[in-house]
Design a protein around this ligand. Structure first.
Ligand code: ADP
Ligand code: MG
Length: 710
């Protein structure tokens, strides 16, 4: 077999009596690896030969000089090949030595500097030889500088074998004392022996449709290409694969467990829903109308609805939910709304009861533990008298029996686990389900994490909303912030002051909020009632304080981040966030969403303690620049990466080796569409032209099963 880019993949004929070796052979048995190095490779997730073959270079060296130095700026991350012009070693004031090496691309020079380096460096780095360097540029006395760059001499004539004098060399992420040389050799050995055994995992029709290379060729190119600049297209294939197979799990789950389930089929009778529409004190936004239509048309179909309703804080999810509830009720079914806390359940109960005033509808509230009238409420739920049931997760308890549950909405759905989602779906006669989420998630993420749910998005806030004015102030200016806050207090507003939660030390955190509370109540605002709220309090205590704040009795609420997300306190129009640089972007946005709910101007002061990291500065700048939750979520995802975006409690977040949820979104869309199409046509992957998919899917399933409901 001759490859058109280097001809390295000679096949080694198998010796008689030799055990069958394939790409799943443990890595320690690859030529030149052995047990000790295998243990180090394990840290990179490399366990088999195939894992190594799929361990892609994180960079490429080219032996040719790259005339690129002119035009570079401090702060740029660079990787380039240049010639060593001069080497200069001199003693520092502390008596240590400093090594400066000037490198040039023939047009401009930059200086590489080492303060700590092995003794061998000065003699190793010879003027006239080529060197590949990578690092982040800085500036010193007007001269571009690379501090402690990673480097490699590219005209190392010792290098026997395959890699010698190749124009391009791969650079791998290293671990332990493994070297680039080791990786290159091992990878070359792996391909020499196993290239012919690399299995295709996508059907030809899909390869052709997207113009992807066969898997073997694509893998070889990733390591051995002589034109690394052309690899972006090749890499897409691997991103596609990962997305395709993760979407295939969702497609199958949906086909076998969601779509098959017969749900309620409602009819849009335009009775209760039309009444509500006429009586609304405001006009629905275009987004609300669109989403109500999406929900109605699914509820009026036979299949069970499982839909995620995403909308920023204040986008008006409650009223949309109420329309859906009324559709179920006018069809003779009960509808339930489940909230994550009692205080939110109370709020929904009050609001919904008010919106339904003057109707005959029976709305009940059910909470955990024992509460007044609970026995009666349970009875009304069981005999169907209660048409609209609002409650906490107490609704899920087995002693709560519905007469005819047709619809369930789950507010702040992320507070409930994946398991509870499954329990709900199977409750009673498979009610239609609507999950409400105030955390805007970029589409790529919702499709990955909630791949079985349809998604509706409220991407418009009601027109009467005034954007919160946000400013970032340094901690030295906190007195001026309090002066401005004082004016708002005098005008009758209420104020939230939020202090950070420091994970390592709850005690410290408590002190922070405590100290702030003491300072405010004794020195700054002694004339106003100022109360401290923190996570160590019982929920009864917390609820009591929140209610006093809601009633306006408390003017200043100093708290850690425990204040409730969905709580509507229109009169609270000022928020001060202390140590704002320590909060995540999504969290800041959620916090800020608690003010500006009253239609009058609201303010948010983000107090920053310097020095700020680059990322912290970007977070704060983003907050000051926009109120748009979706923009903020995209930015957050960029800054943190998908894993941390969700935090650890979020299950169902697959780890991708090659694909990026940020930059590969278009590939995800293609992969998702293809995966769903494949399953629609061939749900059990029995067709001959899906054999490759069947095989790979089966080999992945065990691993992924744990992650999602399958
Ligand atoms: P969230 O999406 O955060 O749950 P809510 O449903 O609590 O938002 O709505 C926030 C506020 O906006 C409520 O006071 C609600 O009455 C009001 N609201 C909802 N839709 C509209 C609208 N179309 N026009 C004006 N106000 C609205
Ligand atoms: Mg809400």
């Amino acid at each position: 077999m001759v490859d058109n880019y280097g001809g390295h993949a000679r096949m080694v004929p198998m010796q008689k009596g030799q055990q069958t070796r394939d790409t799943s052979t443990p890595i320690q048995f690859l030529k030149g690896v052995g047990e000790v190095r295998a243990r180090q490779l394990d840290k990179l997730g490399i366990r088999t030969v195939l894992d190594l073959m799929e361990y892609f270079p994180r960079n490429y060296i080219t032996r040719m000089l790259q005339p690129a130095i002119r035009g570079l700026r401090p702060g740029d991350g660079i990787a380039l090949t240049a010639m060593i012009n001069w080497v200069d070693e001199y003693p520092s004031r502390e008596g240590k030595k400093i090594l400066n090496v000037g490198i040039s691309d023939g047009h401009a020079t930059l200086v590489c500097t080492w303060f700590h380096y092995p003794k061998t460096y000065p003699s190793l780095l010879k003027p006239g030889t080529n060197i590949w360097v990578t690092g982040t540029l800085s500036e010193y006395n007007g001269q571009l500088q690379l501090m402690h760059p990673e480097f490699e001499q590219v005209d190392d004539t010792d290098e026997e074998d395959f890699w010698k004098s190749r124009e391009a060399l791969p650079v791998y992420g290293l671990t332990g004392n493994l070297t680039q040389k080791f990786f290159r050799k091992a990878i070359h050995a792996a391909f020499e022996e196993f290239a012919s055994q690399i299995q295709e995992n996508l059907p030809t029709r899909i390869l052709e449709k997207h113009g992807f290379l066969p898997r073997r060729t694509a893998l070889q190119k990733m390591h051995f290409s002589l034109k690394p600049t052309e690899l972006a297209r090749v890499r897409e294939r691997f991103a596609y694969e990962e997305f395709f197979y993760s979407q295939l799990l969702w497609a199958r789950h949906k086909h076998h467990h969601v779509s098959k389930v017969q749900g309620m089929k409602f009819e849009n009778k335009r009775e209760l829903t039309s009444d509500l529409y006429r009586k609304l004190p405001y006009r629905l936004t275009g987004a609300q109308k669109r989403v109500i239509n999406e929900i109605f048309s699914e509820m009026c179909s036979q299949k069970q609805m499982s839909r995620l309703l995403q909308g920023d804080v204040g986008s008006g999810k409650t009223i949309v939910t109420l329309f859906a509830m009324l559709l179920a009720v006018e069809n003779g079914f009960q509808a339930a709304l489940m909230a994550p806390t009692e205080i939110l359940a109370d709020q929904h109960f009050t609001n919904i009861s008010r919106l339904l005033e003057g109707t005959e509808l029976k709305v009940v509230l059910l909470k955990g533990g024992s509460h007044k009238g609970k026995t009666q409420t349970k009875k009304e739920i069981a005999d169907g008298t209660a048409q609209i049931v609002i409650g906490t997760h107490a609704l899920l308890q087995s002693d709560i029996v519905f007469h005819s549950l047709g619809f369930v909405a789950v507010d702040e759905q992320h507070r409930f686990g994946v398991q509870q989602r499954a329990e709900l779906a199977n409750k009673d006669k498979h009610p239609d389900l609507l999950y409400l989420s105030a955390t805007p998630i970029p589409r790529s993420l919702s499709q990955t994490v909630y791949g079985d749910l349809e998604v509706s998005v409220l991407d418009e806030v009601p027109p009467n909303r005034v954007p919160v004015l946000t400013s970032v102030r340094s901690t030295q200016k906190i007195d001026s912030v309090f002066r401005e806050v004082g004016k708002q207090l005098a005008a009758g507003s209420q104020v939230y002051v939020v202090c950070p939660l420091i994970e390592e030390s709850d005690k410290l955190d408590l002190l922070d909020a405590e100290r702030m509370h003491k300072h405010l109540s004794e020195n700054v605002f002694p004339q106003y009632s100022c109360v401290l709220l923190h996570g160590k309090m019982s929920s009864a205590e917390k609820d009591e304080i929140m209610l006093r704040f809601k009633d306006g009795e408390i003017k200043i609420l100093v708290s850690t981040t425990v204040i409730e997300v969905g709580l509507d306190i229109p009169n609270a129009s000022v928020m001060v966030v202390e140590h704002a640089e320590r909060f995540g972007l999504a969290q800041l946005h959620q916090l800020r969403g608690r003010v500006g709910r009253g239609g009058q101007q609201a303010w948010c002061y983000l107090i920053a303690h310097h020095p700020l990291s680059k990322v912290a500065r970007e977070r704060l700048d983003t907050m000051a620049r926009t109120n748009d939750g979706f923009l903020i979520a995209e930015k957050d995802l960029q800054l943190r990466g998908p894993g941390e975006f969700f935090g650890t409690e979020q299950s169902g977040m697959p780890q991708f080796k090659h694909a990026s949820l940020i930059s590969d979104q278009p590939i995800l869309q293609k992969a998702r569409a293809d995966a769903f199409e494949v399953i629609a046509e061939d749900p059990d992957l029995k067709a001959e032209n899906n054999a490759a998919i069947r095989k790979f899917h089966a080999s992945q399933q065990l691993e992924k099963e744990k992650l999602i409901l399958y």
